[in-house]
Ligand binder design. Structure first.
Ligand code: ADP
Ligand code: MN
Length: 557
């Protein structure tokens, strides 16, 4: 086969396949086929070929490329034209051995260029490294980030490094290694003879060193220091203590993550996200947008409203507005502690208070806001319209315009007249709230009043209590102080807090004597009257149900 080269007209692969195929044939058959093949090769669909065809292999050959290059170079030199490749850079920089070699191959050229690039990048890295280390004795090496491997980067600092006089190059850097060599290996039987002494696996020194080794395997959260630089021995008690600590740290980290997932900083926990997602999937909401506010107790989101048509018939009549606000109450316990007093004495919730499940208490808090908003809405007070309640998530109408929430009263700029009007509105709304809704806001201030469409809107009524709450009058007085301070600061001629209190509640209060004493007296003396009122209310609630007027769907899942 060696005498006949077919690689010129068929690809080398095909040729070798044919060759191997032919060589498997025996005797005359082999030669016959060979002759036929040669005949076929000389035939062409376009007739016989007159002159020799340059094979593909030849075209691809580097030898040919070199010849052509040489011819071009000679021509250029003869005509005094350009420098051959490599000539220009030779003038700038002495060539390395690799560079001096033949550069006519594209591959070699590419490799050289890549090398050049890598070296430049390494030089920059070296500068970075020096900058990072500065004068520090402990230096950080960027060696692993170097790109160039064929050209070692000179490290003058490394070469000049001072070694102590007693430097022992043969010493192990890690004392664990030397100790392992030093200590006898204890076989399975648990003891061995070492330096004419019996050494057992309970040998304090060996066990201590082994423990030290194990300490190095503790998770990175446990700072062990450089245990390899000295002969560390650790007894079992300490090792166990460290292991327990490592476990605790890991567990605590888990718990913190879990807690973060359950509540806090704006991000919703999975359960809540799922609940909101369900509202979107069922079509109640079109889309949920960013957070309007992230407070201590709740996060409020803006959402585009959908429709209730997929919901059960009994709740379908609620009309979802174009823009909604989703108030998500936080479920952390510490926040809840401060709310307890507002809910404890509220008869509406007294049977629902759960000592066992704090999460359920948060649901109650959301339910309370919904009930209170409903009362306000029924009494014609401007406030968000409650729409859907689901556990600790309350969907209500959005006060604002095109995703822009109405500003809080503390942030608006109004004329003198507008401030006077706003004061009057707040005064009337608080009075209506007390008389018609039987509620004291209990957190009324410029922070919980929004200014929208030239009017004041009350929000955040989750802590609002009924007047029979043992501290209701104290809460009412506090509201009066906040309102008076704010509006008088805006230049409005206001009533005094005591006058405002009396105006709203119809109860006497003067600034002549101790206010807290007077409030305590009032709360005591007013108690029977308010209790009577409360009993009457209870009866009314029983007869009519608290859900008269707007029907609020309460999702059970
Ligand atoms: P928090 O308990 O965090 O004070 P709020 O009910 O006061 O909860 O809501 C926090 C903020 O979110 C409000 O100050 C207001 O800016 C905004 N906000 C709440 N409800 C609505 C709503 N329905 N429409 C527009 N903005 C709202
Ligand atoms: Mn608020």
């Amino acid at each position: 086969m060696e005498s006949w080269d077919c690689s010129g007209w068929i690809g080398v692969d095909v040729c070798s396949q044919v060759c191997s195929c032919l060589s498997s044939l025996k005797g005359g058959g082999y030669l016959q086929i060979l002759e036929q093949f040669q005949e076929m090769a000389s035939l062409s669909a376009w007739g016989s070929v007159k002159h020799a065809v340059t094979s593909l292999d030849d075209v691809m050959s580097e030898q040919l490329a070199m010849d052509l290059q040489k011819k071009e170079d000679e021509l250029a030199r003869a005509t005094g034209g350009w420098e051959p490749v490599g000539g220009a850079c030779a003038a700038e920089e002495p060539l390395t051995a690799a560079e001096q070699s033949d550069v006519s191959s594209d591959l070699l050229l590419a490799q050289l260029m890549q090398d050049q690039l890598d070296r430049e990048s390494d030089t920059l890295l070296q500068i970075e490294e020096r900058k990072a280390n500065g004068g520090s004795k402990v230096s950080v090496s960027y060696r692993n980030y170097r790109l160039s491997h064929s050209y070692p980067v000179l490290e003058p600092d490394e070469e000049e490094e001072d070694y102590p006089d007693d430097y022992d190059a043969s010493r192990d850097w890690d004392s664990f290694e030397s100790r392992e060599r030093e200590d006898p290996q204890i076989p399975r039987c648990g003891y061995t003879m070492h330096k004419e002494k019996m050494v057992t696996k309970h040998d304090g020194r060996i066990a201590g060193r082994k423990n030290a080794c194990k300490v190095m395997d503790l998770p990175p959260s446990v700072c062990t220091g450089d245990g390899g630089s000295f002969d560390m021995e650790i007894n079992n008690g300490v090792l166990n203590g460290l292991r327990q600590h490592a476990r605790n740290v890991a567990q605590r980290r888990h718990r913190v993550n879990d807690k973060e997932d359950r509540s806090t900083s704006g991000a919703l926990d999975r359960h809540t996200r799922l609940m909101i997602l369900k509202m979107v999937n069922s079509g109640v909401l079109e889309d949920v947008n960013g957070a309007i506010s992230t407070g201590k107790e709740a996060t409020v989101f803006h959402a585009w409203g959908g429709s209730m048509e997929n919901e059960a018939e009994d709740i379908r009549q609620v009309e979802i507005p174009d823009e909604c606000a989703i108030k998500v109450f936080k479920t952390t316990l510490n926040e809840f502690k401060t709310r307890e007093k507002y809910i404890k004495s509220d008869i509406r919730f007294k049977d629902k208070i759960s000592k066992q499940n704090p999460r359920k208490m948060v649901h109650l808090w959301a339910e309370k806001e919904m009930c209170n908003l409903k009362r306000l809405t029924n009494a014609g007070i401007r406030c968000p319209l409650p729409l859907v309640l689901k556990q600790h998530v309350l969907l209500m109408s959005f006060i604002g315009d095109r995703q822009r929430p109405a500003p809080k009263l503390k942030d608006v700029l109004l004329s003198e007249k507008q401030w006077r009007q706003a004061y009057r509105q707040v005064l009337e709304m608080t009075q209506t709230m007390y008389e018609k809704c039987h509620l004291v806001h209990a957190d009324l201030s410029e922070y919980n009043i929004l200014y929208h469409d030239g009017a004041c809107w009350f929000i955040d009524v989750s802590q609002s209590v009924e007047p029979f709450h043992p501290e209701a009058l104290t809460f009412l007085y506090r509201d009066c102080v906040n309102i008076t301070n704010f509006f008088s600061g805006k230049g409005v001629a206001t009533l005094s807090p005591e006058e405002l209190f009396s105006h709203i509640s119809g109860l006497p209060l003067t600034d002549q004597s101790d206010i807290s004493l007077q409030l305590a007296e009032l709360e005591k003396s007013e108690q029977p009257r308010r209790r009577g009122q409360h009993r009457a209310q209870e009866a009314a609630l029983f007869l009519e149900g608290d859900d008269d007027g707007v029907d609020i769907p309460v999702a059970t899942s």
